[in-house]
Design a protein around this ligand. Structure first.
Ligand SMILES: Nc1ncnc2c1ncn2[C@@H]1O[C@H](COP(=O)(O)OP(=O)(O)OP(=O)(O)O)[C@@H](O)[C@H]1O
Length: 502
């Protein structure tokens, strides 16, 4: 892929930099190229930290990097705070009692920093606050970095640059921590994100933090607006949703790529199927799993095979063994997933895994045998053997969820959604994905606040060339309709100028 001039400019800009990147602008591609270049140019012994929100995104960066990244930290924001600050330096601030191995379990809740610290002392477990607007891990990491000289010297001596992806999803505590590393410790920082794609405000994400970096004098700013994914009409529609991008609207001749379809709950399926090209892929994106599931069923009944991609029982596990459950499930379910794939998922940021392939294979064979005889006790003990070998702890209820995920084949599609041409999922799980055609429902986006507008923006920008917005005859759809009409009218346009009304 040839880099665009703006992508090249981002790669060659040194120093602190914030990139505001609209959907489909190739931000991951650009960040990976930038990291590779700056690692190559680096003449010191120092390394970089590439920080993302999910293990999957971190793996994607590691896989895409064309340079040796084994000495560098590539991992999630939480693992950075835990592995680089809390685990090594907690004892420096809170005493030798904290020189211990720590697990994480974010389903365990506490109310205060003191309670959380006590939990670490008593159970060696890092948990999370009941109040999801506050972040225990990053509050603790902040305390440690501010108090421990050794911690500060360590970070300054080790890192020449920190890259943070999806910054709009950072909460206040993460933002404070990362800005401390940048402003107080002088570690060069690159952040990329898009406030318009902030779909986690409900769980503490604070897009104003991202916007506030744009006001900082010590950061250069670049805006990426060229969407390589969506056709011009879909770009226009998405750009009209937020004030900052409204001036990117480009007049076009045809408005057939977005269909705004009024229907009833009895007629929408027939009407949608008239507009969908069966030979191209498509996704039905809904707010709730229940609606995604029932929508897929209705579409399927009328002859188009839509596969509902469910949330698996293991998806809500929040301990640090979560990756292991997911990897074991993939190993058992997917033909193409090998022991090497499982090993590549071990979250050992900055270090190559030293685990023995043959040993892991033996453990996996034992697990497979226990599944074949459907013996959950035996399964538990075999999972425990593997987890212990890899240095992880397990819980009975999590193992039961894993067992259920593997033996109930209805969950298997969730491990290879790309195999299916037409899928139905929640729009939260569509983040980062793209489809030729996307079907959404007006009732899922009231557009009465920024959180709802951002949700709509993310869903809309998943589409390459066709977007179908279904307007059912109900109150929420009417609220959507009134708000979208008003938003579009602020640009002196009428809804019929922007979408094709059916
Ligand atoms: N310079 C380029 N030339 C052509 N295509 C590009 C270029 N950069 C990115 N693309 C393509 O644009 C699409 C969007 O890229 P990518 O998924 O990396 O964007 P993104 O910014 O991460 O998107 P989002 O934030 O919406 O998930 C991809 O299909 C990618 O291959």
């Amino acid at each position: 892929m040839i880099l665009s001039p703006i992508q090249k400019q981002i790669i060659s800009t040194s120093g602190n930099l914030i990139v505001r990147a609209s959907a489909g602008t190739g931000k991951t591609h650009t960040m990976v190229n930038k990291i590779a270049k700056e690692i190559n140019d680096n003449k010191s012994h120092k390394v970089v930290a590439a920080i993302t929100f999910t293990i999957k995104a971190a793996q994607e960066i590691r896989e895409r990097l064309t340079v040796d990244s084994s000495q560098h930290f590539i991992g999630t924001n939480n693992s950075f705070a835990i592995e680089e600050v809390i685990k090594p330096f907690m004892k420096d601030v809170y005493g030798a009692d904290f020189d211990c191995d720590m697990n994480t379990d974010y389903s365990l809740k506490i109310d205060t920093l003191e309670d959380g610290i006590q939990k670490i002392a008593d159970e060696s477990t890092l948990c999370s606050y009941n109040n999801n607007k506050a972040n225990f891990i990053f509050e603790l990491a902040q305390q440690i970095v501010e108090t421990s000289t050794a911690c500060r010297l360590y970070l300054q001596a080790k890192y020449f640059k920190i890259y943070i992806d999806e910054y709009q999803d950072c909460d206040k505590d993460m933002h404070k921590f990362f800005m401390y590393l940048c402003d107080k410790l002088g570690i060069e920082t690159f952040v990329v994100g898009d406030e318009k794609q902030s779909i986690y405000i409900w769980r503490g994400a604070y897009p104003d933090a991202f916007k506030s970096i744009c006001q900082k004098n010590n950061f250069k700013k670049i805006f990426m607006g060229d969407n390589y994914r969506s056709c011009q009409q879909i770009q226009n529609y998405s750009n009209l949703l937020c004030e900052e991008t409204r001036d990117l609207h480009v007049p076009i001749d045809s408005i057939d790529n977005i269909v705004y379809l009024s229907a009833t709950s009895n007629t929408w399926v027939t009407e949608v199927l008239k507009k969908i090209d069966a030979s191209q892929n498509s996704a039905l994106l809904r707010f709730s799993n229940a609606n995604a599931k029932s929508g897929a069923l209705l579409l399927e009944r009328q002859g188009m095979e839509y596969v509902y991609i469910p949330q698996t029982p293991i998806a809500d596990i929040t301990t640090d063994s979560a990756w292991l459950y997911s990897a074991v499930a993939k190993y058992m379910i997917l033909d193409q997933y090998s022991v090497y794939d499982l090993i590549s998922e071990i979250p050992v940021e900055g270090n190559d895994s030293k685990k023995n392939v043959a040993t892991i294979k033996d453990y996996l064979k034992n697990i497979e045998t226990s599944i074949n005889i459907e013996d959950v006790d035996e399964f538990e003990s075999k999972i425990q053997d593997l987890a212990k070998y890899l240095g992880y702890s397990t819980r009975r209820n999590h193992i039961e969820k894993l067992f259920q995920t593997i033996i109930d084949s209805t969950f298997h599609v969730a491990f290879e959604p790309e195999k299916y041409q037409h899928i139905a999922i929640t729009f939260h799980s569509s983040k980062g994905l793209e489809f030729d055609q996307v079907i959404i429902f007006a009732e899922d986006y009231r557009l009465s606040d920024m959180a709802s507008i951002y949700n709509h923006y993310v869903a809309v920008t998943r589409a390459r060339y066709k977007l179908i917005i279904v307007r059912l005859n109900n109150y929420n759809s009417d609220v959507f309709h009134n708000n979208i009409t008003e938003i579009i009218s602020t640009c002196n346009l009428h809804i019929g100028d922007v979408v094709s009304l059916v």
